[in-house]
Design a protein around this ligand. Structure first.
Ligand code: PBG
Length: 324
């Protein structure tokens, strides 16, 4: 039996009927706001390629954390922009670095707001790669692991609830889990691994914001090939075996098929990172009056939820939470 017996429009007739049968929700609690931290006090510098986003000093991160907390946002993830960089990214594990200081300040201002810390070396190395370089100039996977583990323990000690390794070194989740457990954070600090992180052109604005573009070459020898999806399942499986509590797919919009298949294959919380390029494209088109930026942002984030993400890391979190 078909039309005229069946008429799907009956349930679309009013706003309340549509709300009654809506399959997917988008709420502030699902969203994580990325924040860039640099040194100083009361210091805010706008990021030209990401309208509305800024680098903040730790005290301003604390103010922002309090605002996000009041709005019911799911959390904030911190990225550090250190004053000095070196060959092995030592700054990543400095307990007095900008990220540990911002974590402590945010936790004081808004104890309930979950604070995530990105764990990677690229913001801290003078060559901009995500790990320590070996003799041949390539990233040395195994020599990088202890450096990442030290950074993760530093953020845990400062009060982070979740550490999120984004470097894509093999074996880092297990190394970080062991180090966290040894340091007394077995019960309290979770790991969200950037499990399926692709070598993507969508990271452009972020690298400008963080000054983390590689000085030579690219990241294709450690981040995933955009052509692959079976490999994403393998990456997720390995990270879960090593102790990841949540797994992330990144970027989000151009990889919704990956989000969907990870969701269907593994019964764990799935995060998706709507990255800087995804944000800036919407902002740029909206500034030109070509699209309704707010409506498009909501539709994109809803599509990421519909694909199966529980949590979305997005630069729209703060402005959207105000409207939701
Ligand atoms: C660091 C890192 C990057 C992003 C998150 N963590 C940049 C990169 O891999 O080059 C990108 C986030 C974004 O574009 O919003 N490894």
């Amino acid at each position: 039996m078909s039309f005229p017996f069946h008429r799907p429009r009956r349930l679309r007739r009013t706003a309340r009927l549509r709300a009654m049968v809506r399959e997917t929700s988008l709420a502030p609690a699902h969203l994580i706001q990325p924040l860039f931290v640099h040194s100083g006090e009361g210091r805010r510098t706008e990021i030209a390629s990401m309208p509305g986003q800024a680098r903040l000093s730790p005290d301003l991160v604390a103010e922002e954390a309090a605002r996000l907390d009041r709005l019911g946002v799911g959390g904030a993830i911190l990225f550090g922009i250190p004053d000095v960089k070196d060959a092995i990214g030592s700054g990543a594990a400095d307990p007095d670095g900008v990220v540990p200081r911002a974590i402590r300040a945010a936790k004081e201002a808004a104890p309930a707001l979950p604070i995530w810390a990105d764990v990677c070396l690229c913001d801290y190395t003078d060559h901009g790669h995500c790990g320590r370089l070996g003799d041949g100039g390539a990233v040395d996977n195994d020599a990088t692991l202890p450096l990442l583990a030290r950074a993760a323990v530093t953020y845990a000690a400062a009060g982070a609830d979740v550490v999120a390794p984004s470097d894509m070194m093999d074996g880092r989740v297990g190394e970080i889990r062991d180090a966290l457990d040894e340091a007394g954070f077995a019960e309290t600090v979770a790991i969200c691994s950037y499990a399926a992180k692709y070598a993507s052109a969508f990271y452009g604005p972020f690298r400008e914001a963080a000054g983390s573009a590689p000085a030579f070459g690219d990241r294709r020898a450690y981040q995933m090939d955009p052509a692959n999806v079976r490999e994403a399942l393998r990456e997720v499986e390995l990270d879960l075996d090593e102790g990841a509590d949540l797994v992330m797919v990144k970027p989000a919009l151009a990889y919704l098929d990956v989000v969907r298949v990870v969701r269907e294959t593994f019964d764990v919380p799935v995060a998706a990172y709507a990255v800087s390029g995804e944000f800036s494209m919407v902002k740029a088109a909206a500034e030109r009056g070509w699209i309704d930026g707010d409506a498009v942002a909501r539709e994109i984030l809803l599509s990421i939820r519909r694909a199966g993400a529980d949590v979305i890391l997005t630069y729209f979190a703060s402005e959207l939470a105000e409207r939701l």
